[in-house]
Design a binder for this molecule. Structure first.
Ligand code: TNX
Length: 533
């Protein structure tokens, strides 16, 4: 019954263990290891969410979050209660004491501690008994991920925002020990081609958190719009943010708006990675400040969908002052470690200007205390120690990326023919693009980040990211339709151990998510590759 004795795949493969199947047939990403529990737990009207009285604020926040998730559908009070330390939870984090003390209220118990010293920054254990479900972790992030698993172990109606009568809120009997495969598990939202409001971004964050994604990459600037207020260059947002693809009004985030996105993301244990793309994809900036162009003439704002036509004047007098100001202000708004410098499709920049821009941008980002991420073309410059590149090719044979990775550059995997959420599913998908081919659900899941690019050592792969470009997408319903059902598959590639990878098993638990999406109001593509309920 030791969860560590066998991997999820071993247990699922023997097929004989219904306790394990109760988890592996429902939870995405599938947990690293699953075993039987000490009893099924049922949330009742008197259930409390418990934590140690001396728990830090981060753990209390997760307890409040968990109670807030479960209250609407259950209609229960679900008070968050603290247990005095002497009777407290420290011992419950251990592997031997599973159940709360006999006099403790039955409950959902959140315990900070590292029962086996292996849960790391994001791992957790979840153990059920007839009287409790105990989630233990070394960090609040781990507790939060454990709560997402608990959520998926409950009936899908738990996602309803109004009380649901007649449902037994039962968690199957299980013991789970779960740690992520990769530290970086991202999704990108392009808010430049179409602008998305703070509320729309927060809805997207909710969806990412459910699948244990820990990074939101925001593509903040492009030819069609500049979406973040920069106090030292105010026309970037005020003018450069005033339209979007198709000519709509566009928009931008004030610095307070952006802080709110960062706060909301942090409350869901996601970091925000801001991207300031350059030297290409910069028409909105050039239109706002003619001093950034080589001929001193501002181009008009752009509302089409072509790429590769714009470039900052790399040798121009204003360019690096502009870049330093922008990076300084954006870095100051960003508690996370990363800042993305773009670097893709610079087809209107000479090769030598490109190298000088990327090298200088890396220095500026470092001077403002952040680690650089850039699209993988930046390997053509001189990746600084620590720089991370984001691979968005399709072939997997890019020798320059392999060489950089062998020399220490880390790689985030976003192969466009697998991980791009804006690719059409089939020829009849009305939204999206098809330059990397059609990407049905199976190919989007059925690849290995560790081996996709030949010559990139597995240890150089830092994680995965699913980019959502928005030339063709302008509403939350559009985003949902392209992200679901592919986003959960990329999330599973990022979280679950490689040896759990199995399309036939995955498609079963993916199908089990559909009622949850229905309750959450997420419209999705009903791929014929999945037997939807
Ligand atoms: C390529 S991916 C781009 C974007 C487009 C996207 C559309 C990348 C780094 N650049 O500018 O929006 O394709 O799929």
């Amino acid at each position: 019954a030791d969860a560590r004795a066998a991997s999820t795949r071993d247990r699922a493969a023997d097929g004989a263990d219904p306790a394990v199947a109760a988890v592996t047939s429902r939870v995405v990403p599938v947990p690293a290891s699953v075993g039987p529990g000490d009893g099924a737990f049922r949330i009742e009207s008197g259930t409390a969410v418990e934590l140690d009285a001396d728990s830090p604020a981060g753990a209390r926040d997760v307890a409040d979050y968990a109670a807030g998730l479960l209250r609407p559908a259950t209609g229960y009070v679900l008070p968050v209660v603290t247990v005095p330390a002497p009777r407290g939870l420290a011992g419950r984090g251990g592997t031997d004491r599973l159940a709360p003390a006999a006099d403790a209220p039955a409950g959902i118990v959140l315990a900070l501690g590292d029962p086996d010293a292996g849960l790391g920054d994001e791992g957790y254990q979840l153990r059920t008994s007839a009287t409790s479900v105990l989630i233990s972790a070394r960090t609040p992030a781990g507790l939060f991920h454990g709560v997402q698993t608990l959520r998926q172990l409950l009936p899908a109606e738990v996602e309803s925002r109004s009380a649901v009568a007649g449902t037994a809120w039962t968690v199957p009997s299980t013991t789970i020990r779960d740690v992520p495969r990769y530290a970086y598990r991202g999704a990108m939202l392009d808010v430049a081609r179409h602008f998305f409001t703070v509320a729309q971004v927060e809805r997207f964050i909710d969806e990412l958190a459910l699948y244990k994604i820990n990074t939101l990459h925001l593509h903040l600037t492009d030819d069609q719009g500049w979406r973040i207020a920069v106090d030292s260059w105010p026309r970037l947002a005020a003018y450069g943010g005033s339209t979007q693809v198709g000519g709509g009004p566009g928009g931008y985030y004030t610095q307070d708006d952006y802080r709110e996105i960062v706060r909301y993301a942090a409350a869901h244990f996601l970091d925000v990675v801001p991207e300031i793309d350059g030297p290409g994809h910069t028409n909105a900036a050039l239109a706002s400040y003619p001093a950034l162009t080589c001929d001193g003439a501002a181009p008009p704002l752009y509302t089409g969908t072509a790429v590769g036509f714009s470039s900052l004047c790399v040798a121009g007098q204003s360019t690096y002052g502009f870049l330093d100001d922008v990076i300084r202000e954006v870095a100051a708004l960003s508690p996370g470690p990363y800042l993305h410098i773009g670097g893709d499709e610079a087809q209107s920049t000479s090769a030598s200007d490109y190298v000088s821009y990327v090298d200088r941008a890396q220095q500026i980002v470092a001077a403002h205390g952040k680690t650089v991420i850039g699209w993988h073309q930046i390997v053509g410059a001189h990746p600084a120690p620590g720089t991370i590149v984001q691979y968005w090719g399709t072939a997997g044979d890019e020798q320059d990326v392999a060489t950089a990775a062998q020399n220490g550059t880390r790689v985030i995997m976003s192969p466009a023919n697998r991980a791009y959420l804006d690719m059409k599913y089939t020829a009849s998908t009305t939204l999206g693009k098809a330059w990397a081919g059609y990407v049905e659900v199976k190919p989007s899941y059925d690849w290995d980040p560790a081996t996709f690019v030949s010559g990139v050592p597995a240890a150089a792969v830092y994680g995965v990211e699913a980019p959502l470009w928005t030339e063709t997408l302008s509403t939350s319903a559009d985003l949902d339709y392209m992200a679901f059902p592919r986003l959960p598959g990329i999330a599973e590639l990022g979280w679950s151990p490689a040896d759990t990878h199995d399309w036939d098993a995955y498609r079963v638990r993916l199908a089990a998510q559909a009622p949850r999406w229905a309750a959450l109001g997420i419209g999705y593509y009903r791929s014929p590759q999945v037997d939807w309920p």
